[in-house]
Ligand binder design. Structure first.
Ligand code: HPA
Length: 246
């Protein structure tokens, strides 16, 4: 299988287990990437890593230059991309610390540069997005979860919100009616830009809180951080198993 890239979000400024070989910051027609792209080895296999929110988590979800990031990974030779996603859980099966492989997306974001095919950079084109994630990569991730001994929920609908604020309880109730199981802020336009470039993209999501109105009272950052810290090890083991299987 082709060169694997990992886009790290909250909790993943670096990728544990990745032995760094070099870093590069390609020029892109769309401006700067979030951070230098790290070329390294994971489980003895070549892997690229990019911190989505930049050094020190300085870029909020609506200011991430998704076009530059995907374009640069593609230019560096990536063929498969795993987007890590810390998410809120909406439906009953998706409580904190659950790890999930979303298979569908509902996009609530707005005002983001969300296409290469804007009639300027590339000609107008309507890419198929019926199944937004790459099935072979989802299957490989599922197998990697089994190898790593990490339980996973193999289907989920991911709702992408604008942020940076968390949602209201009313918005989450609406998202549940829409069929969303998970809520996060970065899944779009990342997934569609990968599709436009012909990259095989999948999301590896881990639940760090009950979404607004689904838990007890307000969402506490300390709670999110605790669940995030718990998920780091299992997620890194899954990625190592994925890399090793390539
Ligand atoms: N909402 C949106 N994005 C998130 C959440 C949430 O509750 N938790 C982690 N990322």
């Amino acid at each position: 299988m082709g060169l694997l890239a990992v886009i790290g979000g909250s909790g993943f400024q670096h990728l544990g287990g990745l032995e760094v070989v070099s870093t590069e910051q390609p020029e892109t027609p769309f401006g700067p990437v979030s951070a230098p792209i790290v070329r390294g080895e994971l489980a003895g296999r070549p892997v690229l890593f990019l911190a989505r929110h930049g050094a020190g988590h300085r870029l909020p979800p609506h200011r991430v230059n998704y076009r530059a990031n995907l374009w640069a990974l593609h230019a560096c030779g990536a063929e498969r991309v795993v987007g890590l996603a810390a998410v809120g859980g909406i439906t009953a099966a998706f409580g904190p610390r659950v790890i999930a492989l979303p298979d569908q997306i509902v996009d609530y974001t707005h005002g983001r540069e969300h296409s290469f095919h804007d009639g300027e950079s590339y000609p107008v084109h309507h890419v198929d997005f019926t199944d937004p994630y790459c099935a072979p990569l989802r299957a490989a991730l599922r197998a990697a979860c089994a190898v790593a001994g990490v339980p996973v929920v193999a289907t989920a609908t991911y709702g992408a919100t604008q942020g940076p604020r968390l949602e209201t309880a009313g918005e989450i109730a609406r998202m549940e009616r829409d069929g969303c199981d998970l809520v996060g802020m970065t899944g779009m336009p990342e997934a569609v830009l990968a599709r436009e470039l012909g990259l095989c993209y999948a999301s590896l999501a881990f639940v760090v809180n009950w979404a607004a109105g689904k838990g007890e009272g307000a969402i506490a950052m300390a709670e999110i951080e605790g669940h995030l810290a718990h998920c780091t090890g299992p997620v890194e083991r899954i990625l190592a198993a994925l890399a090793a299987a390539a």
